[in-house]
Design a protein around this ligand. Structure first.
Ligand code: AMP
Ligand code: MG
Length: 329
């Protein structure tokens, strides 16, 4: 064989080796599990770490369920009678949730459990409750936290429902488990509450940022658009198409306006991009209830937070950082 050919071959092999090293090259594993009322998907390069992340989410499903044997359910059974001691973790989560309640002037509300049960969204035979039934549950829904003693006390009509924030929290915790195990890149998606970090271990340097599709709120098989995320970012969407029933041509969905006890009517979807999934989840629900105008005002107050809101007439509102984002509708 001639020398130039040998050198050419060696150079090519070296180039391929360098390419593979810089390309990351780990195998992208994808697993799914039904959790917290939705299909959770985790993508990462380490199967053991994925199992640990799912394990953490199973623990949090129990901790944050309003029914069953977990701690939140226990508070719901006992804290109306008097203050009940909470674990540090649940107490902190409740404190954080109440901050969003304040920021949204009460539109994000974690004490709507009885009203959510009354509507029974999506369950077999859901019916529109009477005005009287709703009225009865509107008042006396306070939640008192005693920071010194870490106790929780609920008013007569309060039932804690963390449905608007718990998935975000669980996604953040799953991401932390993956990071703690040295995983360099991952995606955790709990039914549209998504967080990513690192860059996809894709071959050939292409598409290394995460491309996330936002579901079209009315055309089931279409997307509203895509956003590219990189670094460590989260995105969550609240929509009137996720859990609902239709009676006499009217859509009754699962996100309630605490002022009326009825489905909020200002938006059909609200998507939030934020540094953590908890922030994205809580703000998506809160902004959905606030409606486009006040919702955008709130988004603009947070550095590093952006939003895409589809108003009730189908019109699209984007926060200032997304001016160049192209969306279809
Ligand atoms: P999400 O899909 O994150 O917007 O959360 C919706 C869930 O949060 C509902 O299924 C209820 O369990 C709960 N929820 C309903 N209305 C509200 C509200 N105004 N504030 C906070 N949580 C709510
Ligand atoms: Mg939410």
């Amino acid at each position: 064989m001639k020398r130039p050919l040998i050198w050419g071959g060696i150079a090519l092999l070296l180039a391929v080796a360098v390419f593979l090293v810089f390309d990351g090259g780990g195998r992208w594993i994808e697993r799914r599990q039904y959790l917290m009322g939705t299909l959770v998907q985790i993508k990462a390069t380490d199967d053991g770490a994925i199992s640990a992340a799912f394990g953490e989410m199973v623990r949090l499903e129990r901790l944050t369920s309003k029914e069953g044997e977990g701690e939140l359910a226990q508070l719901n059974r006992e804290a109306r009678a008097g203050p009940v001691k909470a674990s540090d973790e649940l107490f902190s989560l409740l404190e954080e949730a109440l901050q969003y309640q304040e920021l949204t002037r009460g539109k994000f509300d974690i004490a709507l459990g009885k009203l959510v049960d009354l509507w029974g969204f999506g369950e077999e035979g859901s019916e529109v409750p009477s005005a009287e039934q709703i009225e009865r549950l509107l008042g006396e829904r306070g939640v008192s936290l005693d920071r010194a003693n870490k106790t929780v006390k609920l008013d007569r009509n309060s039932k804690l429902d963390l449905g608007g924030i718990a998935k975000g929290y669980a996604v953040d915790r799953a991401i932390q488990v993956l990071k703690d195990r040295g995983v360099e890149a991952a995606l955790v998606d709990a039914g549209g509450d998504i967080r990513i970090y690192g860059s996809r271990p894709e071959r050939f340097f292409s598409h290394r940022r995460f491309k996330i599709a936002i579901q079209h709120p009315r055309k089931e098989s279409q997307i509203l658009g895509t956003v590219q995320l990189s670094g460590d970012r989260a995105i969550a969407t609240s929509g009137d198409y996720q859990r609902y029933f239709v009676r006499d041509g009217i859509r009754y969905h699962h996100i309630l306006d605490p002022a009326t006890g009825r489905p909020a009517r200002g938006c059909i979807s609200a998507t939030i991009i934020a540094p953590t999934a908890l922030v994205a989840d809580a703000l998506a629900t809160g902004v959905f209830v606030l409606g486009p105008t006040e919702g955008l005002e709130l988004i603009e107050k947070f550095p590093g937070v952006e939003g895409i809101i589809v108003g009730s007439a189908g019109e699209i509102h984007k926060s200032s950082g997304l001016n160049n984002l192209r969306l279809v509708y």
